[in-house]
Design a protein around this ligand. Structure first.
Ligand SMILES: Cc1cc2nc3c(=O)[nH]c(=O)nc-3n(C[C@H](O)[C@H](O)[C@H](O)COP(=O)(O)OP(=O)(O)OC[C@H]3O[C@@H](n4cnc5c(N)ncnc54)[C@H](O)[C@@H]3O)c2cc1C
Length: 443
């Protein structure tokens, strides 16, 4: 097996110590290593989790889990190796008229990463999150033996691995129900809203299957919190092409952080102006520009320079929104404005939680707010304050984005944690699967 030492952070590129990286050539090599070298390690897919979920002392790369895709053309059930990315899967299934029901904001996510974070997309309020569509998983146990689990067969293993952040087993293959997608065109309606309150109302009332709001989290005064709400549905249309490769590439910029408050304000102003002009306009969008505008620029995370960046993503519960409207969301924006404001902020309403299957899953009824901040002492302090506010409000923080939550805070905001610990302890009493995140949060 190929091995090497490397500094590997998450997508936020927060500096970390060198890891010992295991890069197996195939599944057999991977399982043999698990059986013969019983040391703690963590699976790493495409490293698109922002914080420390995919970092640790020993990383096991999973792109070798590339068992060929098998698609039942009648039922739309796909079985595939957990190392395939969603983009690679779409390239093969779209021409046959099928696609995963849930697509997160980048297509460069492996199947194993999508299951482990139970990822959500713009249609969460209608279709739930990724694990709702997973029928079965083939999982490697700590001793390197492998077997299938599902809601009926080994349900405890299925639950612990769904949304389990790689800490309950190594996912080798995924059996996933796809949905019919005869078109790759989406009709997108843009609504410019002067504030978060109006945008939240639009999102909550929208009949469309795909909804999200871009939020101006950098402009001062009354402009803070203005939003462009995007509401979309798949329609018959002209777009037939498969997702295109990135058009631009940002090289590593070791010493420069280009995302300064002034640049961030200018960027947000440009986005607002462009969107405001399209207020009330319904246009046709290809799949990739509708779902993954950020994928057009390869390596955009390098724009934050050597120190990297933090992403904050919270879920505020529906009861809080019913009582206080968008007030708490605005309070978070004001807090971040004191440290220069956030870039690339989005808000979205979410639907049912699905925690009976995935106890640690992040989504649930309410609204989620996500934004990026350059990593420095002030922004770390602001994120910690925001985490405490979210906890006080009965909300949650998304582990795939987090780097700063404390173990006590995570325990207090995660009612399913005791159940998950019980399941995981029966599967892995020796804590074979360990990441920086699992150590920080005492998982
Ligand atoms: C631009 C961008 C947009 C995003 N948008 C969204 C979004 O809209 N919705 C959303 O939910 N998320 C979103 N994300 C986060 C991303 O979807 C998740 O972090 C996802 O888990 C990343 O998958 P990955 O293959 O890169 O996994 P990694 O980041 O490498 O790992 C993530 C976790 O999965 C575990 N894991 C990976 N493979 C396996 C395996 N085979 N077996 C067991 N465990 C495994 C790892 O141990 C780790 O805990 C976004 C990320 C980016 C960069």
């Amino acid at each position: 097996m190929r091995t090497h030492h490397r500094h590997l952070g998450g997508w936020g590129r927060l500096p970390r110590a060198r890891s010992f990286v295991l890069d197996p050539a195939n599944e057999a090599e991977l399982l043999e290593r698990l059986a013969t070298d019983p040391v703690p390690l963590i699976a790493r897919g495409l490293g698109r989790s922002y914080g420390d979920a995919c970092t640790g002392d020993r990383l096991l790369l999973t792109r070798c889990l590339a068992a060929p895709l098998q698609l039942d053309g009648a039922s739309g059930v796909l079985t595939a190796g957990a190392g395939h990315s969603l983009g690679e899967i779409l390239n093969q299934t779209l021409p046959l008229g099928w696609a995963p029901a849930v697509l997160p904001g980048t297509r460069h996510v492996t199947l194993g990463g999508a299951v482990s974070a139970d990822v959500h997309g713009k249609n969460h309020h209608v279709d739930g999150s990724f694990c709702r569509w997973v029928q079965a998983l083939r999982v490697a146990a700590p001793d390197g033996t492998a077997g299938w689990c599902s809601r009926e067969e080994n349900p405890e293993q299925f639950s612990a691995c769904s949304g389990g952040m790689g800490l309950a087993g190594l996912i080798l293959e995924v059996r996933l129900q796809l949905v019919r997608r005869d078109t790759v065109t989406f009709q997108r309606l843009t609504l410019a809203c002067d504030n978060l309150e109006m945008a939240l109302l639009r999102l909550r009332e929208a009949p469309q299957s795909h909804t999200v709001a871009w939020v101006d989290a950098a402009s001062p005064g009354a402009k803070l919190g203005r939003c462009l709400v995007y509401l979309g549905d798949p329609v018959a249309g002209p777009h037939r092409e498969l997702p295109r490769p990135a058009r631009l590439k940002v090289p590593p910029l070791p010493f420069f952080n280009l995302v300064r408050p002034a640049a961030s304000r200018a960027f947000n102003q440009l986005v607002w102006r462009g969107g405001h002009r399209r207020h009330g306009v319904a246009d046709l969008q290809a799949l990739d520009s509708f779902f993954w505008p950020l994928d057009a620029v390869d390596g955009w995370n390098h724009l934050y320079g050597h120190a990297g960046f933090l992403q904050f993503q919270c879920l505020l519960p529906v009861a809080l929104l019913d009582e206080r409207g968008a007030g708490p969301l605005h309070q978070l924006l004001e807090l971040f404005a004191t440290v220069g404001g956030g870039t690339l902020a989005v808000m979205k309403t979410m639907g049912e939680a699905g925690r009976e299957v995935a106890p640690l899953a992040f989504p649930g009824p309410g609204a989620t707010l996500a934004l990026d901040l350059p990593a420095c002492a002030e922004t770390r302090k602001a994120v910690r304050q925001a985490n405490r506010l979210v906890l006080d409000w009965g909300g949650r923080i998304y582990l795939a984005k987090d780097a700063l939550l404390s173990a006590a805070e995570y325990r207090a905001m995660t009612p399913g944690l005791a159940r998950w610990h019980g399941l995981r302890d029966r599967l892995d009493s020796q804590r074979r699967w360990q990441s920086d995140l699992s150590r920080r949060l005492e998982l």
